[in-house]
Design a protein around this ligand. Structure first.
Ligand SMILES: *Cc1c(COP(=O)(O)O)cnc(C)c1O
Length: 464
């Protein structure tokens, strides 16, 4: 399989190239040259496969000769070891037609673990073959940083530096990162807010001499390897619920559009997904875009109880738009230029119509989230986190159609104990295997929000 950039610049890249590059050189995102598709019979033959067996079959067409089916199978099984649930991503039935797909049984209790654990293992193999090392630098307000640290803590070819805003991350989220004691993991507590951390990371990537000397790499949600790994649980859950002979609707709590784009990939591969529902919190650029056709950046990010979806733009939406404009890279680039210059663009009519055949959307206010956590607990006994509640609120509007609705549960409620307790009166406990983090020793370095200080620290630990 070859990959190309949504903006027309890079083409003919291999899976290994796009895995290590992250972003394309022209600023676009990598997509496969075509969507592989399995027949109904092929999907049926996967119904009795293990999670790793389905994963290997689904990923194989995209990785080409990077890994054999057997190697993929072994890699995925190894990643699964870090999950505490025997089913890895179990389904839980809430009522006649509604299912929760629990994606939070990984080491940091959020869905990002699924992709990150697989990505880290694939990157290690690529780096080993090339005899290269990289330096991962990222900013986090919580979930991404801890998932990345957990995934790369054993990588001999990766050093990882994660910036978080000093004293502005919840104790659980901070401790998930800082209690990891590994020689290649560095937590930098920046004296500033999350925007300062993000700005510093951007400046480092724009500092070409520094970027090249340190061999900087990113593992954010635009990395194709992450999206691909997320296709796995759409496939395993759809098969468990009767696909390819029963059609399904998925509701996805959405920020950067990575997770739901993986659902789109699953559908392109032939799974009978007849609706993908984008569920946003107050940061609703996608809900507005899908209902009005106007993709327009809001003035500022609104802080909510579902912080991992507090975004201004949804980077991966570019991948869907590319298909929506029939892969016309020049047209796509025109829209992205408008976005950069004026903060918005209108999605062409035909592209809007195409999107609406498959995608729907909804938005949850903070009150909706509280009420949903309370109601779900009262009606089913389940305690859900605020991200999951955003999706369940939006799912309500899509229940009652003939098909089965799967709502994605992206974080464990114990990651957000205060919001959950305030909404339903239950204080969710951390799973036993995680309780040690509240006592373990923390490792982090406090630095001012200054480029020179941060680059100096990184250089001394990469070259020193
Ligand atoms: C990252 C995240 C999301 C949003 O996923 P996207 O791929 O960015 O749309 C939702 N819920 C949780 C808990 C997350 O960590």
């Amino acid at each position: 399989m070859q990959y190309l950039s949504t903006r027309g610049g890079d083409a003919g890249k291999s899976f290994e190239d796009v895995l290590l590059a992250g972003l394309a050189a022209d600023g676009g995102l990598f997509v496969p040259a075509e969507w592989p598709c399995f027949s109904k019979g092929e999907w049926r033959s996967l119904q009795n496969h293990s999670w790793a067996g389905v994963a290997a079959m689904v990923m194989k067409p995209f990785v080409g000769d990077f890994l054999t089916g057997q190697e993929l199978h072994a890699l995925v099984e190894d990643a699964q070891e870090t999950f505490s649930h025997a089913a890895t991503t179990p389904l839980k039935q809430l009522d006649d037609t509604l299912f929760l797909l629990e994606l939070f049984h990984g080491p940091t209790l959020a869905f990002k673990d699924v992709a990150m654990q697989i990505l880290a293992r694939m990157m290690d193999i690529a780096l080993m073959r090339r005899g290269e090392t990289v330096t991962i630098v990222g900013a986090t307000s919580g979930d991404t940083g801890s998932a990345a640290i957990e995934a790369f803590r054993h990588s001999s070819r990766v050093r990882i530096f994660i910036l978080h805003p000093h004293e502005r991350v919840s104790p659980i989220q901070r401790r998930q990162m800082t209690t990891v004691d590994a020689p290649n993991v560095f937590n930098l507590a920046i004296e500033g807010d999350f925007d300062d951390c993000q700005a510093l990371v951007k400046q480092m990537f724009n500092d070409a001499p520094f970027r090249n000397r340190m061999k900087l790499a990113g593992v954010n949600s635009i990395n194709w390897g992450r999206i691909l790994a997320q296709v796995i649980y759409y496939a395993t859950s759809a098969l468990a619920l009767g696909a390819p002979d029963r059609s399904l609707c998925y509701v996805v709590p959405t920020g950067n559009f990575g997770d739901i784009f993986a659902g789109y990939v699953a559908r392109q591969m032939g799974l009978p997904i007849d609706r993908l529902v984008v569920a946003t919190n107050l940061n609703d650029i996608l809900h507005r875009a899908l209902t009005t056709g106007r993709y327009e950046v809001a003035e500022k990010v609104l802080p909510t109880s579902s912080p991992s979806m507090d975004i201004q733009v949804s980077s991966n939406f570019e991948r869907l738009l590319f298909d929506a404009v029939e892969r016309d890279a020049a047209a796509l680039k025109g829209l992205m230029d408008q976005l950069a210059q004026s903060g918005g663009f209108t999605i062409p009519e035909t592209a809007q119509a195409w999107m609406r055949q498959l995608f729907a959307s909804g938005r949850a206010s903070e009150e909706d989230v509280r009420e949903t956590i309370r109601r779900v607990h009262e009606q089913t006994g389940e305690v859900v986190d605020p991200h999951t509640a955003v999706a369940l609120h939006v799912a309500q509007a899509h229940i009652g159609h003939a098909h089965t609705v799967v709502s994605l549960a992206t974080a464990h409620p114990a990651k957000f104990p205060d919001a959950v307790q305030a909404a339903c009166g239950v204080s969710p406990a951390l799973p036993p295997h995680m309780r040690h983090i509240m006592e373990a020793e923390e490792h982090f370095t406090v630095l001012p929000a200054e480029l020179e200080a941060v680059e100096g620290f990184i250089a001394s630990h990469v070259e020193g």
